[in-house]
Ligand binder design. Structure first.
Ligand code: NAD
Length: 421
């Protein structure tokens, strides 16, 4: 089953609990517009490379299309369609006035020079100009993209339309119209949501946590929960991970600065105030596959999709799977985790802090305002807590798992829009 088909099965499952006309379900099951762009990039060497890029404008019932832009060698239309679909569901749950969209470029940015990366971003933006804009489609960062890339997009778009247009993209640097708190917002939102869950379940800290992926989302989430009394006992990046089998947990502040310095995690075995080479602790080095099967309280996939599958779901030992990545659990794996009594907090709820603060950034740009970090975080807290509470109520009321409850909430919000038309 491909990722998109798997994503749609969740929608169908939730639709059983709501009276949804078939035509509307069909509308939500296909993207409004898919754009594929192929263009030539001149490399520093003078060689030309043909690059493919995608933008899926999935659905704009609730507002302008909104979703990140991913640079990755395995980006493809099926993946971008799924990501756009999840954005539609996520924005409805977060109750923000945006539709769903997503984009990507099939490239490994680590193999490009800074000059090539900027050229690529500007070329892609130029091609997209007729299709993006503050009221049409608003991109944001995702895997391998960051505030610098968003600044280039804003700058190129503004140059071409002849008018400074900060709100064309979110996740910009703070000096260029970005919002305070946006960079850590996905991690912060995840933490706020996790705290709600722990309260509901009556669990007591310290709880042990394993985090797969140590980029924007994984590293900020790990650092925030570490500072709030959780024992982060395992973290990983694309090259593998480290595990503290004594269970006291890593000092994530130190792990983060060590990774920034070295470029990878395997030399960053930081306990207390000391970092050491992981290879002194033979059993401290783990693969990404091993990390998923560790005996921890909370497992946090925060890298890419489809990592918990029917092949490894039976071996998951965590009591809670907290999805900070988009689409980390396949449809088949969901069923297995359910049967094992593992609580899955779905991506469309857990990682919605990023797009929520992106909405705050868009609002600030539109109104020419600059909010304090306190205001951003207060508003984020209230949005995350409301979304969690509403999903939890449906979960209790209809006796469905949290993913189905979240999709039911999204369907309720989206179908309110049919009545208005
Ligand atoms: P990122 O590029 O900053 O980091 C990705 C991390 O995953 C890196 O540490 C990388 O080494 C690791 N990784 C890559 N391939 C891996 C593999 N095969 N196995 C294990 N680790 C691997 O990306 P990000 O922005 O942190 O995004 C991570 C996930 O969170 C994605 O699913 C993304 O869609 C989702 N997400 C991001 C945001 C955001 O605001 N950036 C918001 C919501 C959801």
């Amino acid at each position: 089953m491909n990722t998109f088909d798997s994503a749609l099965l969740r929608l169908k499952q939730a639709a059983k609990y709501e009276k949804i006309p078939n035509w509307f379900l069909r509308q939500l099951s296909i993207p409004e517009r898919t754009i594929q762009l192929n263009f030539a990039l001149k490399k520093d060497s003078g060689d030309m490379e043909i690059i493919s890029g995608y933008r899926v404008q999935y659905n704009n019932l609730l507002g302008p299309f909104k979703g990140g832009l991913r640079f990755h060698p395995e980006v493809n239309m099926d993946e971008v369609k799924s990501l756009g679909f999840w954005m539609m569901i996520k924005n409805a749950i977060a109750d923000i006035p945006f539709g769903g969209g997503k984009g990507g470029i099939e490239i490994d940015p680590k193999k490009l020079s800074e000059k090539e990366l900027e050229k690529l971003t500007r070329q892609f933006t130029k091609e997209l100009v007729p299709n993006i804009g503050p009221f049409m489609d608003v991109p944001a960062p995702d895997v391998n993209t960051n505030s610098k890339i968003m600044d280039w997009i804003e700058n190129e778009y503004s140059r071409i339309v002849g008018k400074e247009t900060k709100a064309v993209v979110t996740g910009k640097s703070v000096g260029n119209g970005g919002s305070k708190g946006r960079e850590v917002a996905t991690g912060m939102g995840g933490f706020l949501c996790l705290e709600q869950l722990i309260k509901k379940l009556g669990l007591k800290k310290p709880l042990t946590v394993a985090v797969q992926g140590f980029g924007n989302v994984g590293s900020n989430f790990a650092r925030i929960i570490f500072k709030n009394g959780y024992n982060v006992v395992a973290v990983s990046d694309v090259k593998g991970g480290i595990y503290d089998n004594r269970k006291s947990g890593f000092n994530i502040d130190l792990v983060k600065s060590c990774k920034e310095e070295k470029g990878f995690l395997s030399g960053c075995y930081c306990i207390g105030s000391v970092c050491d080479m992981a290879n002194k602790y033979e059993d401290g080095i783990i693969s990404n596959e091993q990390l998923l099967e560790l005996p921890v309280d909370i497992l946090v996939p925060a890298a890419l999709e489809n990592v918990i599958t029917k092949k490894n779901a039976r071996n998951i030992k965590a009591k809670i799977v907290f999805e900070m990545a988009n689409g980390p659990t396949t449809y088949e794996a969901d069923g297995i985790l359910d049967k094992k009594g593992i609580i899955v907090v779905p991506d469309v709820l857990a990682n919605s802090g990023g797009v929520t603060v992106s909405y705050f950034e868009w609002l600030q740009n539109m109104n020419n305002e600059s909010w304090s970090l306190e205001k951003v975080n207060q508003n984020l807290k209230s949005k995350m807590e409301n979304a969690f509470e509403e999903v939890w109520e449906i979960h209790q009321d209809k006796k469905v798992n949290l993913r189905t409850a979240a999709y039911i909430l999204a369907l309720q919000r989206l179908s309110q829009k049919i009545n208005l038309e």
